[in-house]
Design a protein around this ligand. Structure first.
Ligand SMILES: Nc1ncnc2c1ncn2[C@@H]1O[C@H](COP(=O)(O)OP(=O)(O)OP(=O)(O)O)[C@@H](O)[C@H]1O
Ligand SMILES: [Mg+2]
Length: 638
């Protein structure tokens, strides 16, 4: 359906990927994964034609429609209402609708045969397109994504970037494209909407490519994994957990093969060195040299192991009670969000604040942060230094600043050295700190924002969706760092894994109150079965076959003729061996190529190939030794 062939792409000479091949088939559910900055968004933009394909090609087979949800926030200040915007998905039906309206008007003055026929045709097409149901369908999807019925007729511009994103998502779903490309769709959704989307997509007849760093979501949604790493695209026949397991196995196999190959090359080189002085053996030696040159070296996959090195430092501890909230009331327009909330936060709390969409999670955090007006008492404890990572923190970055400037803006009292050290922990080393915010990937922007939050050494962190855009390794590191954090923490997250690992308390917003749930998150909401035990990597070291160097040569041929005869025979044998060796060597090379480029890690296929590889390698080693023996015999005779 969609064929990406040999595509390479670079920004200013830095290659994001080289020679990637990918065939997207109908009805696939693919997770496109990779570290922040690996080039996932760029690859989707290439497919969508937002960047020119300069090296390689991307072919779309006859008339397939692509749908695309961008990772970047959309600025939309039109007056169009939410439902009007989403409805644009039904272009043709809307066109017919307006044509029909004009025709009705026209018929009053000109009820010609032609107009009647036109109307009938349009009417028929409109029915076929289920035109009368457009509004219902649109509303259904928008409500699934969390909009209230009363919101549907409000203009887009009244909503935050995250909510506008949902409208764009709704429109894309309604268009029902053959392939949906979604760049981190869950960043803008809350748990109920994510679940709704999971349900919706599971019955979707088209293909879906999802970029996501949410392992729960990935595991549920996908049956294929495409990994961008080391400038290459690797494809796996399973969901994220499968990928994790299969990758360990693959890396293991590859490193064993690479070791075998090295051993083999060493043997060959030994042979070459040993006999290269013998002019008469030049042919055999030359063919060996050629063989070694031809071998395609197995490259071990060198993971990019660079990771965040974050420590959430506390400059001085706060008092025991961090925050005392009494009789908090808050609401907008006619809607009451909180109606007399009493809660206390004590030092060391790690609170997950959860609740359905629109119940006021972010609002509650803003009250704690003292960033909005409310009624009631908010008493901050002794020596509390707080830092607030707001939900759309990324939107407040200055696009034209360089990374270092962005940090200086928040921490003018810190030296450049201090800030650069800090940025180093967030993986911005060297000249990276002079990169402009606007060219950064989603995850890179999130890292800058997090660095900004932490620059104050606060002892009380308020984090609203801190894992948005971050890759899975980074999330893991933040979890560990926050676990070690000696301060107090309250956070909102839709990442189930993050909540499960971190929270020691769950606050649940319901009925305009913030309730504390007695059990833990897992018990309460989701039964998450995560068995991430790495598989047993029991590397069976190949026994290296030492060539037998102590061959005795028996000088027992007295007669010259006999000797000549014997030499001829040996020479012939040697030629045959060498030929056989060359053939086997070719076969080995083919197998290597296959193993290096095998499209999927279909476990059986991989195991078969790798077995055959091992056997062939053994044969090559055996032939090498035999031919060496012959060689020595010949030399001894001469
Ligand atoms: N116009 C540009 N000029 C220079 N570098 C760029 C430009 N656009 C993107 N980059 C860089 O290319 C890299 C890949 O960016 P991309 O947005 O594709 O990453 P990603 O895999 O989607 O990451 P994330 O998971 O963080 O969203 C990043 O390091 C980014 O800074
Ligand atoms: Mg991206």
């Amino acid at each position: 359906m969609l064929h990406i062939q040999n595509v390479s792409f670079e920004f200013g000479g830095n290659y994001l990927f080289r020679d990637i091949d990918w065939f997207i088939k109908p009805r696939e559910r693919i997770g496109l994964i990779g570290k922040n900055g690996a080039g996932k968004s760029t690859l989707l933009k290439l497919i969508m034609g937002k960047y020119d394909v300069r090296e390689g090609s991307i072919n779309k087979s006859g008339g397939i429609n692509l749908g695309y949800l961008s990772q970047d926030m959309i600025s939309e200040d039109g007056n169009q209402t939410i439902i009007e915007h989403a409805k644009q998905a039904f272009k043709r039906a809307l066109f017919i609708q307006s044509e029909l309206e004009s025709l009705y008007a026209l018929m009053e003055t000109d009820p010609s045969e032609e107009n009647i026929q036109k109307m009938a045709d349009y009417q028929e097409e409109f029915d076929a397109l289920d035109g009368y149901n457009i509004d219902n369908k649109t509303a259904e999807i928008l409500e699934g994504l969390g909009f209230k019925t009363v919101d549907l007729n409000r203009p887009m511009k009244e909503f935050s970037g995250g909510w506008r994103m949902r409208v764009v998502l709704a429109k894309m779903l309604l268009e029902e494209p053959d392939i949906m490309l979604m760049d981190e769709p869950t960043n803008h959704l809350d748990l109920p909407s994510i679940e709704w989307l999971e349900g919706y997509l599971s019955n979707y007849p088209g293909s879906v490519v999802i970029v996501s760093h949410d392992r729960e979501f990935l595991n549920k949604m996908i049956n294929k994994t495409a990994e961008l790493s080391n400038n290459k695209l690797y494809l796996w026949d399973g969901n994220y957990d499968f990928y994790l397991k299969a990758k360990v196995e693959r890396d293991d196999l590859i490193s064993r093969q690479a070791a075998n190959q090295n051993q083999y090359i060493k043997e060959q080189e030994k042979f070459i060195n040993r006999f290269k002085a013998k002019a008469s053996k030049a042919k055999a030696v030359q063919s060996r040299i050629k063989m070694v040159d031809k071998i395609e070296r197995i490259v071990e996959i060198d993971e990019d192991k660079s990771n965040l090195k974050i420590d959430f430092k506390v400059s001085k501890p706060s008092g025991k009670v961090v925050m005392d909230l009494n009789d908090i009331h808050q609401g907008f327009d006619s809607q009451t969000l909180f109606d007399g909330v009493n809660r206390e936060i004590v030092r060391g709390d790690k609170i997950a604040l959860i609740g359905a969409n629109g119940t006021g999670k972010s609002t509650f955090l803003s009250i704690i942060a003292n960033e909005i007006d409310f009624n009631g008492q908010r008493k901050e404890g002794h020596q509390v230094i707080s830092s607030f990572y707001a939900q759309h923190q990324l939107e407040s970055l200055h696009l034209d600043y360089e990374i270092l400037e962005e940090l200086q803006y928040d921490a003018p009292h810190k030296t450049e050295m201090e800030l650069r050290n800090m940025l180093g922990c967030f993986l911005f080393g060297g000249d990276d700190v002079f990169k402009k915010i606007k060219v950064l990937s989603g995850g890179e922007k999130a890292r800058v924002s997090l660095a900004k939050t932490l620059v104050s050494d606060a002892n009380f962190l308020l984090l609203d969706e801190p894992t948005n855009h971050l890759d899975i390794d980074s999330i893991e590191i933040i979890i560990e760092a926050l676990k070690r954090y000696e301060g107090t923490l309250i956070f909102v997250s839709h990442n189930r894994y993050f909540i499960e690992k971190l929270a020691n308390k769950v606050w649940w917003i319901e009925e305009q109150d913030v309730k504390e749930y007695p059990g833990d998150y897992t018990e309460y909401l989701y039964k998450i079965h995560q068995s991430q035990k790495p598989i047993d990597s029991n590397i069976s070291k190949r026994k290296t076959q030492k060539s037998n160097e102590n061959k005795t040569s028996k000088d027992s041929w007295k007669q010259k003729d006999e000797k000549e005869d014997k030499l001829k025979k040996l020479q012939k044998k040697l030629d045959q061996k060498e030929e056989q060796l060359a053939n086997t060597q070719n076969h080995l090379q083919n197998l290597e190529e296959k193993l290096n480029t095998i499209e999927t890690t279909n476990q059986d296929e991989y195991a078969n190939l790798s077995n055959e590889y091992s056997n062939t390698l053994t044969l090559v080693n055996q032939l090498t030794q035999e031919s060496e023996k012959l060689m020595e015999e010949i030399i001894a005779l001469e």
